[in-house]
Design a protein. Structure first.
Ligand SMILES: *Cc1c(COP(=O)(O)O)cnc(C)c1O
Length: 380
């Protein structure tokens, strides 16, 4: 740090310089986050001082958090679900499995996740001392039920299903996982970090939430398709008792107990989530998802016309494309300003069609993609 402080203008201009190196979302097809809704930004700024780590001082924000959880519970099949606003999918997944572990009291616990699980589960293995067993996928990238069954043993404490897998946007057979969990007396956690704010609004209906008997907890992130500000994740439990294993005494705060993983945490993101959910309502989100799905269909059609097929018919606004010379094509696309991503197994181009995109961007992308592959053909 400098001995003497710099003027506000000087600092602001330093910030401006830094921001110029950040990528604007315009040509980003690789992100699960997006520009927050303007009302979320307003609410965030309004509540910038609020600390949910000591919510005794911030009763108003605390009430907003309860309302956010209630709205999310309603969206996910149980008006009476309980939980809290986390920093994101990672914290939600950690806390859900921490509850499962603490409730089971097994010495060498293991959990079974699909190989398509988000890398936060590898953090969980390390942090919680839980063995993570990875079940294989079927040809449509859903978890294979036989594989899950075969991995269960006396030390298994939980099953994890993904509703909107990070790479393929696929939904595991949650009802069948629930049957298996119930018959083996296991905790069933659903990771819908991305899908939580998508699946309820799709034309096609999926059983993936608390409406399925046997689902114990759900992760769903307002800071992804919920259009809230970062950091806003959601962790929901069907039973209030699930929060107890997370409770810690907090002797020097205005509250007695805390169950979040983070201590000091953002009340601004809570207010932002509340604002955008109140403002959009179920209808608003439905419109946004519909628009993203329309762009997704347009993208797939354009790619098929170029001879590039998706690995599966997209279930949500995530597309995995079988692109020849993938690394090279991605590099060329990057040079044209496009940020794309990849899937691991099989390796393919992964694109997420978020609300910050529009029809023109999709058309431009298809045309640039066409150029990049044709140029490749020409070089051969
Ligand atoms: C994004 C994502 C996560 C992690 O969420 P963060 O908010 O980045 O911590 C976990 N699971 C799934 C399925 C995701 O898509």
């Amino acid at each position: 740090m400098n001995q003497k402080g710099r003027s506000e203008n000087e600092v602001l201009s330093l910030l401006k310089n830094a921001m110029q190196k950040d990528t604007s979302y315009d040509k980003v097809l690789s992100a699960m986050c997006t520009q927050p809704h303007p009302i979320a930004v307003k609410a965030h700024m309004q509540f910038i001082e609020s600390n949910m780590g000591d919510f005794g001082l911030f009763q108003g924000t605390k009430e907003l958090e309860e309302k956010v959880i209630k709205m999310m519970g309603g969206m996910l099949g149980d008006d009476n679900a309980c939980g809290y606003v986390t920093t994101g999918g990672t914290e939600s997944n950690i806390q859900a499995l921490r509850t499962a572990r603490n409730m089971s009291k097994k010495k060498h616990p293991n959990i079974i996740v699909p190989t398509s699980a988000h890398f936060s589960f590898d953090k969980i293995a390390d942090l919680l001392g839980i063995e993570i067993r990875k079940a294989s996928l079927d040809t449509e990238f859903r978890v294979d039920m036989d594989s899950v069954s075969n991995l269960i043993d006396n030390n298994t404490i939980a099953l994890v299903g993904i509703a909107g897998s990070t790479e393929f946007g696929q939904i595991d057979p949650i009802d069948r996982l629930a049957d298996l969990a119930l018959s083996n007396n296991l905790f069933l956690h659903i990771d819908a970090a991305f899908g939580g704010f998508v699946i309820p609004f799709l034309e096609k209906k999926y059983d993936f939430d608390f409406s399925v008997k046997g689902v114990t907890s759900i992760t769903a992130d307002p800071h992804k398709m919920g259009l809230s500000t970062i950091p806003a994740g959601g962790l929901l439990f069907r039973e209030e008792a699930c929060l107890l294993p997370l409770e810690i005494d907090t002797p020097y705060l205005t509250i007695r107990k805390q169950h979040s993983l983070a201590g000091t945490r953002s009340g601004a993101a809570v207010a932002a989530s509340y604002a955008v959910m109140m403002h959009l309502g179920m209808e608003g989100y439905k419109k946004i998802v519909k628009r993203c799905m329309k762009m997704t269909a347009m993208l797939v059609k354009g790619c098929c016309d170029l001879g590039i097929e998706p690995l599966i018919e997209p279930v949500m606004n995530i597309v995995a494309l079988d692109v020849p010379d993938l690394d090279d094509v991605r590099k060329k696309l990057r040079a044209k300003g496009w940020a794309t991503s990849i899937t691991r197994n099989p390796k393919a181009m992964r694109l997420i069609i978020m609300p910050h995109l529009n029809d023109n961007t999709i058309e431009l992308f298809i045309s640039d993609l066409g150029e990049c592959i044709h140029r490749n053909v020409y070089h051969i």
